[in-house]
Design a protein around this ligand. Structure first.
Ligand code: C2O
Ligand code: CU
Ligand code: CU
Length: 579
């Protein structure tokens, strides 16, 4: 944590009545929060002379500037790469974009990547979605200083799918991603190749991000604690790094590889003419069968493989992909005092989350008579059953708690070397995991499970339970005591969180929604794809999501965190120790 943030966090605490409560009763937690910046360093990995790569490239990250809006160029941070060994199509630059090159890998390839840090700050790169050894995963303990290099070596074990590469330094992930450090990493395999899906000029990456620009065309980032609490939202939508993105197409089927690269913004994607949207894949690759939806939700870190068939459309016609209205993902902080102030801050955004706005425009520029047809069967996926798991009766909890001071998982902020009993996972096991909210009556079972499985002395269990409940329990009590603004804000602090787990993809086993939040839930729930392999799942307020995840092959620390990257940086991140 930077000294600056530390200071603003203290100021925030001391200004609020809540701060008194928190300081009086949560010294351990505050101590942990202040220690968040104390990540030890592990020596950068060097090349192993016995590793014989099929693909090898340099990956650079540096400060640069690029023209995004008319007028002055914008200072950004950018990945660039140069191929040393391997197929020519391994790296493809996106012209005019701050995004890193598209990396294409084949299942089974051995890959060596030399990451060079030319920034003025530490960084490390994570391969979001890839199943790689713990020391190749870009864990923040591996951050490298400016001028230093880190060598990754791994074999591509994943099935075909769209993954993401992005920085993962603790407390600075959001800022670096926001300033441009991110890219798409596509894996291909034989199962997918046999389908003959649209490729080449007919397979289009669509990376959706929101940004806020100053009058001088410079990126503005999180200015205060509130921006971090809710997540930071820009007012301009960029696709592949460009504003007002237009895609010129022929009247035939396309494959759109869509990725939400925003730090916090959640989208509800739909075609503006009311045609349904056809999904053929999600985070971890192809579905078994295509799914047709009126709209589809896309939270930060999630991916969608969209079959977009423009055949039958006239040359000259246009179609717009929009984000449609929905509610319930942000805290409603209305009312007096601080609550009003925060509500005001959030609603000042010219592009409110959950409003109706365009993402990009498709222009049919050429009529063609031929188009590939949508396969009815895309892949084979064996659904996990409860009895496949090591723990059908006591799910591993991921209990979410949120408050203005801290975003916690299982009652704790991020700290290195702080693995709790419930966070230890036997290697080569398949685990049932329950993601729930720790407050407001939700997630009680998870909290119990936390205490039980923690296998700790009751006093310690109590302490963790209390810290877990602190987010809302504490605030609720404050509200009751003081009435008015704080209470109102506290009561409504709950929000949606895209929960991401490193390592292998998982399956969504069940979703359960609390009745109190059903109305909001109804505005998004038809847009969830619950089949297929996921690594990031949007958990709505009042929702409990059970997932089944394999932890095969690799021991070591694998992170789980909220992919609202501001939340991640605020500490809503933990490690599983696979052993
Ligand atoms: Cu895309 Cu640990 O994150
Ligand atoms: Cu990841
Ligand atoms: Cu979150």
């Amino acid at each position: 944590m930077s000294a600056h943030l530390n200071q603003s966090r203290r100021r925030f605490l001391s200004q609020s009545a809540l701060g008194l409560f928190a300081c009086a009763s949560m010294p351990g937690l505050l101590h942990a929060m202040e220690g968040m910046g104390d990540m030890p360093r592990t020596k950068p990995n060097l090349a192993n002379p016995n590793f014989n790569p099929d693909v090898e490239f340099d990956l650079h990250c540096r400060n640069t500037s690029i023209s995004i809006l008319p007028g002055a160029t914008t200072q950004v941070q950018q990945y660039s790469a140069n191929l040393i060994k391997g197929p020519k199509d391994t790296l493809t630059d996106i012209p005019g974009s701050y995004l890193g090159p598209i990396i294409r890998l084949q299942k089974g390839q051995k890959v060596r990547i030399r990451l060079h840090n030319h920034l003025a700050e530490p960084t490390i790169t994570h391969w979001h979605g890839l199943h790689v050894p713990a020391n190749m995963d870009g864990h923040p303990v591996y951050v490298i200083d400016p001028g230093v290099k880190f060598v990754y070596e791994f074999e591509v074990l994943n099935r075909a799918g769209m993954n993401i590469y992005h920085p993962h330094p603790h407390d600075a992930t959001a800022k670096q991603v926001y300033h441009g450090l991110a890219g798409a990493l596509l894996v291909n395999d034989e199962e997918e190749a046999a389908l003959g899906l649209p490729s080449g000029a007919y397979e289009i990456p669509i990376v959706i991000q929101d940004r806020l620009f100053s009058a001088q065309n410079q990126l503005i980032y999180a200015r205060n604690m509130h921006d971090r609490m809710t997540g930071f939202y820009g007012d301009k939508i960029l696709v592949n790094g460009r504003p007002d993105f237009k895609l010129d197409v022929e009247s035939r089927a396309y494959r759109l590889r869509v990725l939400n690269g925003s730090t916090a913004r959640i989208y509800k994607l739909a075609w503006d003419d009311g045609s349904p949207i056809t999904i053929i894949g999600v985070d971890g690759g192809l579905l078994e069968k295509p799914e047709t939806k009126p709209y589809v939700m896309l939270a930060p870190g999630e991916r969608l493989d969209v079959w977009a068939d423009f055949s039958g459309r006239k040359a000259g016609s246009e179609l717009v992909m929009r984000s449609k209205p929905f509610s319930g993902v942000l805290p409603h902080m209305m009312g007096g005092g601080m609550g009003g102030g925060m509500g005001g801050m959030m609603h000042a955004n010219a592009l409110p989350v959950g409003s109706d706005y365009p993402i990009f425009t498709v222009r049919v520029t050429k009529h063609v008579s031929d188009s590939p047809t949508l396969p009815t069967q895309l892949s084979k996926i064996t659904r996990y059953q409860l009895q496949d798991t090591a723990n059908p009766h006591n799910p591993v909890p991921i209990s979410i708690s949120e408050s203005p001071m801290a975003m916690l998982l299982n009652g704790r902020p991020y700290a290195y070397n702080d693995v709790q009993a419930i966070e230890k996972i036997p290697v080569n096991s398949i685990q049932l995991i329950e993601i729930s909210h720790a407050h407001g009556g939700h997630g009680d079972s998870a909290k119990q499970a936390t205490a039980e499985q923690a296998d700790e002395k009751p006093s310690q269990g109590m302490r963790h339970g209390m810290m877990g409940g602190m987010g809302m329990g504490g605030m609720g009590r404050m509200g009751g005591m003081s009435g008015g603004g704080m209470g109102g804000m506290g009561m409504m602090m709950t929000m949606a969180h895209p929960i991401h787990l490193h390592g292998q993809s998982y399956q969504i086993f069940s979703r359960k929604i609390d009745k109190g939040t059903q109305a909001d839930y109804d505005t998004v729930s038809e847009g969830f794809i619950n089949n297929g392999w996921k690594d990031t799942v949007l958990v709505m307020p009042g929702e409990t999501v059970r997932i089944i995840k394999p932890f095969q092959d690799f021991k070591g620390l694998f992170m789980y965190h909220c992919h609202n990257l501001e939340h991640e940086d605020m500490g809503m991140m933990r490690d599983f120790l696979v052993e």
